[in-house]
Design a protein around this ligand. Structure first.
Ligand SMILES: O=P(O)(O)O[C@H]1O[C@H](CO)[C@@H](O)[C@H]1O
Ligand SMILES: Nc1nc2[nH]cnc2c(=O)[nH]1
Length: 287
């Protein structure tokens, strides 16, 4: 017999989206997940209607600093959007079902296009803190060992048992991100590369970073891939951005350390640029 994996039924998710739709007048087709230190974007929405996670039935709560813990609806560049101002991570102790619950809720709210953002360590030696990487592809390390967010009974109402992931990050949206970067004068800071999702919460050892570099990883973090897999499974178009918050430490030099406050500081430094990049992207998205 199969072991038990935590899951939410379609009806559970429908009930959460109904709860939100009954209390909110926006009908967003665009969803945005704000990474560590990048939640300021949600504060810039016009006509905001915000729901603290504690107020939403069956929702997990944010436990990591730099993740405020609110679902914020509003208007950005003239379009209705919904932002997760704070995400959930497996290292917080949440199941994959909880980590990805908001994505399915967004699907039932009517979201068709998802922008996922994160803070990540630079593995590619050409990357410097402050660079913004358009995610071209990901490597889902926990997933390679079986901890995929789609593990467990498949709900056909969301998508197929065996979804394709070769086109996870939409090529047209990636082109729109490049165009948006040009519009706001950020082209020189833009990169495009492969994100590796590791479980965390420990940062990488030198050997792990050297391994990631050898296999073609450009940036590393502890999020994003589960959300993207679930979003693609239910047919959303997806694009992603990693703010390179720090350089991966590839040498045995104890004077070099990485700390979450450095990650949050990188977000503060680039906050206005990320906000203008995302608002230009939203302008370019066809609804
Ligand atoms: O991926 P986000 O949530 O942006 O945050 C990244 O930054 C935190 C570590 O500093 C980890 O949570 C990592 O995943
Ligand atoms: N795993 C991981 N996550 C991060 N998030 C921000 N920086 C890093 C990093 O260097 N490693």
């Amino acid at each position: 017999m199969a072991d038990v994996v935590e899951s939410y039924s379609y009806e559970d998710i429908e009930a959460i989206s109904k709860f939100l739709l009954e209390r909110c007048r926006h009908r967003p087709k665009i969803g945005i997940i704000c990474g560590s230190g990048l939640g300021g974007l949600a504060d810039t929405l016009q006509e905001q209607e915000a729901f603290p996670y504690e107020s939403i039935p069956k929702f997990p709560v944010s436990t990591v600093s730099g993740h405020k813990g609110r679902l914020v609806f509003g208007v950005l560049s003239g379009k209705a959007v919904v932002c997760m101002q704070g995400r959930f991570h497996m290292y917080e102790g949440y199941s994959m079902a909880k980590v990805t619950l908001p994505v399915r809720v967004m699907k039932l709210l009517g979201v068709e296009t998802m922008l996922v953002t994160n803070a990540a360590g630079g593995v590619n030696q050409d990357y410097v803190p402050g660079d913004i990487m358009i995610i071209k592809d990901h490597i889902n390390f926990p997933g390679l060992c079986g901890n995929n967010p789609l593990r467990g009974p498949n709900n056909e109402k969301f998508g197929p048992r065996f979804p394709a992931m070769n086109d996870a990050y939409n090529a047209k949206l990636r082109a729109s991100l490049r165009a948006a970067a040009k519009l706001c004068g950020l082209s020189d800071h833009m990169k495009e590369g492969v994100y590796a999702y590791l479980g965390g919460p420990a940062y990488e050892t030198v050997a792990e970073l050297r391994f990631l570099k050898a296999i073609g990883v450009d940036a590393v973090g502890m999020s994003t891939a589960p959300e993207v897999i679930v979003a693609r499974h239910c047919g959303m178009k997806v694009c992603g951005l990693s703010l390179i918050s720090n350089k991966g430490i590839m040498e045995y030099d104890p004077s070099l350390v990485i700390d979450h406050s450095e990650v949050l500081e990188a977000g503060r430094v680039r906050a206005a640029d990320i906000q203008s990049l995302v608002s230009n992207l939203v302008k370019l998205i066809d609804e």
